[in-house]
Each structure stands twice: as structure tokens, then as C-alpha cells.
Design a protein around this ligand. Structure first.
Ligand code: ATP
Ligand code: MG
Length: 230
């Protein structure tokens, strides 16, 4: 595989058992995403966007076919290897945020850096930078329950980007943000993309997000029906 190809799927199929049958959520998906791409998955609700992000992010495994991410074959990784791949190289922004309620905003963003064994000084600097990126420096000591939906989403964005991973997978990252915050966050992501060649893959319905995308991959009923590079 070429070094610049970050994600490669080959005839990827994902099925889920539902009421004694197999529901096919992804049908023979073939996509290649290169290092430094800024791309979006679009499509109706239920078309398979989250499922595809989860398999690419090694949170789920293919039923058949293959997915290669940073030269790792996702279907053949042990749990430990998959966790290492995620900790080191992938930042997730989940559709449902997944913040840890007992930790403060600062601690939630710091968490991936603890997994990487960063020093306290490095962690403080990196978390403070990430808080600035998302405009939440003043809320570092609050807990998720004290935040608005949009603020929680921004904490999740900061947590995904704080370690400057090779790949950021973002599931509807702006769903709860007003226009001003959406543009600010997307500009921050564009900057990371330009400066560090961070690869971004979004799932989105949001026209504001789509304007920023350099490539749009459309899914319908688990199939890629269009793939356009601007
Ligand atoms: N764990 C599961 N068990 C059974 N079916 C599932 C499971 N996860 C997803 N599905 C089904 O797979 C299909 C694709 O779901 P997915 O969450 O990927 O859609 P989506 O494109 O992200 O939709 P949305 O825009 O609403 O977030 C849906 O029909 C969903 O019901
Ligand atoms: Mg989804």
C-alpha cells in the first residue's frame, strides 16, 4: 500500500443481527482516503455513516471484506492492538460526545494524553491549547453536567484533537453548535489539517460543514453512491 493512503476499504460489509436476521448496514464499500484529506460522509439517517466511522476507527470489526488504517488491518487486530492504534493515532468526536461525567472539562480533554504517558507540564500546555481552539478556556474546571449541549460538543472536539492525531473521525461534530462556533471550529480543524497534515473524516448533514469539505462521499442504504472531489 502507498504510504500516503491512510484508509483503504475493500468490499467492506457490516451486518448486525436483528430479530433473527442479518441487517446489512454497509454493502461492499470501497474507498481510499489519503493522508491529509478533509472529507465528509453524507447521506440520509440510517445510511451507514456512523457504522463506517466506527469500523474505520477500530471500534467495530468488518463482517467481511477489509479495512486498512495506517497500514493496520482492522479485522485482524487484537483488542489491545486496536486500543493502541486508537490511543496513538486516532481522535474520535462521537455523535453523543461520551464525556466522563465525574471529570472536569480539563480532565476530560487531558485523558488521551494520560494514556500516552505525557508529562504533567506537556499535558497542561496541550490541554490549554485545545481549550483555546474551542473557546472554552474559562470553563476548564466545570463538569459536563454544567455545560450546554454545544459546549459539551466543543469539549469532545478538543479531546479528539488535543494529541494532534494522524486521523480525526468526527460524527456530526457541529450538530449542536451555532453558526459562529461551527465556523470557528471548522477553521481550527482546517488549520490543523494544513499545518500537520491531519486527516479528517466527518459524518454530517450540516451544509456549513459540507462547504469546508474538499471531498464528499455519499452513502445510501449502506452503499457509496457518489464520491466527489471539489
Ligand atoms: N448495533 C446495531 N444493531 C443493529 N442495527 C444497527 C446497529 N448499529 C446500527 N444499526 C443499523 O445500521 C443502519 C446504519 O446506522 P448508522 O448509525 O450507521 O446510520 P447513520 O448514517 O449514522 O445515521 P444518522 O444520520 O441517523 O446518524 C441503521 O439502519 C441502524 O439501525
Ligand atoms: Mg450516525
Amino acid at each position: 500500500m502507498s504510504e500516503t493512503k491512510l484508509i483503504h476499504t475493500h468490499d467492506l460489509v457490516k451486518t448486525y443481527p436483528v430479530a433473527g436476521c442479518e441487517f446489512v448496514a454497509l454493502k461492499n464499500v470501497n474507498i481510499d482516503i489519503g493522508k491529509g484529506e478533509f472529507s465528509g460522509l453524507v447521506g440520509p439517517s440510517g445510511s451507514g455513516k456512523t457504522t463506517l466511522l466506527n469500523v474505520i476507527g477500530s471500534l467495530d470489526i468488518p463482517t467481511s471484506g477489509s479495512v486498512t488504517v495506517l497500514d493496520h488491518n482492522i479485522g485482524s487486530l487484537t483488542h489491545k492492538q486496536a486500543a493502541m492504534l486508537r490511543n496513538q493515532h486516532i481522535g474520535f468526536i462521537f455523535q453523543t460526545y461520551n464525556l466522563l461525567p465525574v471529570y472536569t472539562v480539563f480532565e476530560n480533554i487531558e485523558f488521551p494524553l494520560l494514556l500516552l504517558g505525557k508529562s504533567a507540564d506537556d499535558r497542561k500546555k496541550m490541554v490549554n491549547d485545545a481549550l483555546e481552539w474551542v473557546g472554552l478556556s474559562a470553563k476548564a474546571d466545570m463538569r459536563p453536567a454544567q455545560l450546554s449541549g454545544g459546549e459539551s460538543q466543543r469539549v469532545a472536539i478538543a479531546r479528539a484533537m488535543v494529541k494532534k492525531p494522524a486521523l480525526v473521525l468526527a460524527d456530526e461534530p457541529t450538530a449542536n453548535l451555532d453558526a459562529k462556533n461551527s465556523h470557528h471550529i471548522l477553521e481550527t480543524m482546517e488549520k490543523l489539517n494544513a499545518e500537520l497534515q491531519t486527516t479528517f473524516l466527518f459524518a454530517t448533514h450540516d451544509e456549513k460543514v459540507m462547504q469546508y469539505m474538499k471531498r464528499i462521499i455519499s452513502l445510501e442504504d449502506g452503499k457509496v453512491v457518489k464520491d466527489e472531489t471539489k
